[in-house]
Design a binder for this molecule. Structure first.
Ligand code: NAD
Length: 485
């Protein structure tokens, strides 16, 4: 049984044991310990005690320890990728890439941490020194969703540690088993710098968010829970960073490389069975090329291979649980009964008696008031909508409560300019969806979140900012007595 990791030691959970399930086969892949509030107390205490010395460690020494995490990630690449595939169901090929990327992320922030602690700014007088000083916050709670249990943890953990914070990690319930295995990546760090506590979000997660010694909550997950965290963090005015749900549009202009746009729609709609926060969930296509586009997308979709992520040949992997699949099926059913057409998919594949698969689904005839166009689907469903022109597509794209990512396919620079400025999304892709960059800030607008991960912006989130004014050499003091001299 995998145990919790607190203060550099394995700890039993108060909540007993749980079984981890492979969503592709429904087989039990291992057991893990479930934590409770008592373990949150222990973990926060350990992180609090570790903080004073961790923040003072010379930058070079800290960087070396973070580079070591990157080295261990690379050394354990195959094992981690396989365990991620077993517990999430997603592709082993993609998971290898995510382990590599996680290692790069640790290397990147290890170096940023060595090079950055604020800046010197001009002072009012020559005898003075003014600094913008960046200091770590203290104990950071990192709360992680199940869809990217390693990568999204690393996006928080690497900058938080490089800034000098200590961290308590709360993995998602569906991916606790793989997450409790990460302790081997952190065993060389001083005890208490990284702690991992499992448990149900509504109990353990909430207790952690409310804990008075937690100074920041870095959260990725659903909008609903993000809103709850914002409320819980309000009393203590904790720093919060929220990466939430999305309803990303893809705009296809008549002037684009149509074949590429079709492939992009299929890739960005069905990757990880549509369980990506930046999955394409609405496609607006210029009416001039609509029929051609729809036929092409349906053809490509029909060729996709469904299977477990552990098989490198699988292109569409299972959903995480039957309950999540049912939410997707419900949106499709409701759209159909309101007049939408299902061109392919829309059902549990008859060939799969085991596993939580759902066929990749292409819809047309949808309207903006349907759930499948308004709410996050988080499953393999592509609604395709004809529009008169680019302006209409842009306006419809922005009529969403979400604003995470958006993609435009065009060869017209004038459209690109307007789109990049006016699209209400934090992640803006042109002719190439879902491409992230370690140095490029990632995050959402509107109900898709607050704050940014990655890049310099993602580093700034984990600091408190101070202005330091220092009178070094006498000088004229405005507060000197007598007042009027
Ligand atoms: P979720 O919101 O159900 O859970 C996320 C985490 O929060 C889990 O660890 C869960 O245990 C915990 N949690 C649940 N209730 C809590 C509470 N009351 N207090 C504190 N913690 C609590 O999300 P999920 O189902 O794990 O993940 C899917 C969602 O995540 C989707 O909406 C997806 O769009 C979103 N997501 C967003 C991004 C992004 O970068 N914007 C990336 C990936 C996933």
């Amino acid at each position: 049984m995998r145990k919790l990791w607190i203060n550099g030691e394995f700890v039993d959970g108060a909540g007993g044991g749980r079984q981890a399930i492979n969503p592709a086969t429904e087989e039990i892949i291992g057991e893990y310990a479930q934590g409770g509030n008592q373990q949150v107390e222990q973990a926060v205490q350990a992180a609090k005690e570790a903080f004073p010395s961790w923040r003072r460690i010379p930058a070079g020494e800290r960087a070396a320890m973070l580079h070591e995490v990157a080295r261990l990630l690379r050394e354990n690449r195959e094992k981690l990728a396989m365990e991620l595939s077993l517990e999430t169901g997603r592709s082993i090929r993609k998971n290898r890439g995510y382990v590599d990327w996680s290692a790069e992320c640790f290397d990147y922030y290890a170096e940023l941490g060595r090079h950055y602690r604020g800046r010197v700014i001009p002072s009012p007088e020559a005898s003075q020194l003014s600094l913008v000083l960046k200091v770590p916050l203290g104990v950071v709670a990192a709360i992680i969703p199940w869809n990217y249990p390693l990568l999204l943890l690393v996006w928080k953990l690497a900058p938080a540690l490089a800034a000098g914070n200590t961290v308590v990690i709360k993995p998602a319930s569906y991916t606790t088993w793989v997450s409790l295995g990460y302790q081997e990546l952190f065993a060389h760090l001083p005890p208490g710098v990284v702690n991992i506590v499992s448990g149900p979000g509504a109990q353990v997660g909430e207790y952690l968010v409310k804990h008075p010694d937690v100074r920041m909550v870095a959260f990725t997950g659903s909008t609903e829970v993000g809103q709850q965290i914002m409320r819980l963090a309000a009393d203590d005015m904790k720093h919060i960073h929220l990466e939430l749900g999305g309803k990303d549009p893809l705009i296809v202009c008549a002037d684009c490389e149509l074949e590429e746009a079709m492939r992009a729609a299929v890739w960005a709609g069905f990757l990880n069975a549509g369980q990506v926060c930046t999955s394409v969930e609405r496609v607006y296509v210029d009416q001039e090329v609509f029929d051609l586009f729809l036929d092409g997308v349906v053809d490509l979709t029909n060729k996709l291979v469904l299977g477990p992520g552990t098989d490198p040949e699988s292109e569409v992997t299972p959903m995480i649980r039957p309950s999540e699949r049912e939410k997707v099926a419900d949106q499709v059913r409701k759209a159909q009964s309101a007049g939408a057409t299902i061109h392919t998919g829309g059902r549990i594949p008859p060939s799969k008696s085991k596993g939580f698969f759902y066929e990749p689904t292409v819809l047309s005839g949808v309207t903006e008031d349907m759930l499948v166009m308004r709410e996050e689907t988080f499953g393999p469903v592509l609604p395709v909508v004809p529009v008169e022109n680019f302006e209409e597509a842009l306006s419809r794209s922005n009529q969403s409560q979400y604003g995470l990512g958006a993609t435009l396919f065009t060869r017209d620079p004038k459209k690109v300019k307007l789109y990049m400025e006016e699209i209400e999304a934090g992640n803006v892709w042109v002719n190439d969806p879902l491409i992230d960059n370690l140095a490029g800030p990632f995050g959402g607008m509107k109900r898709s979140g607050i704050g940014r991960e990655l890049g310099q912006e993602g580093f700034e989130e984990f600091f408190e900012t101070k202005h330091v004014h220092w009178e070094i050499d006498g000088g004229v003091k405005p507060w000197w007595f007598p007042w009027d001299e």
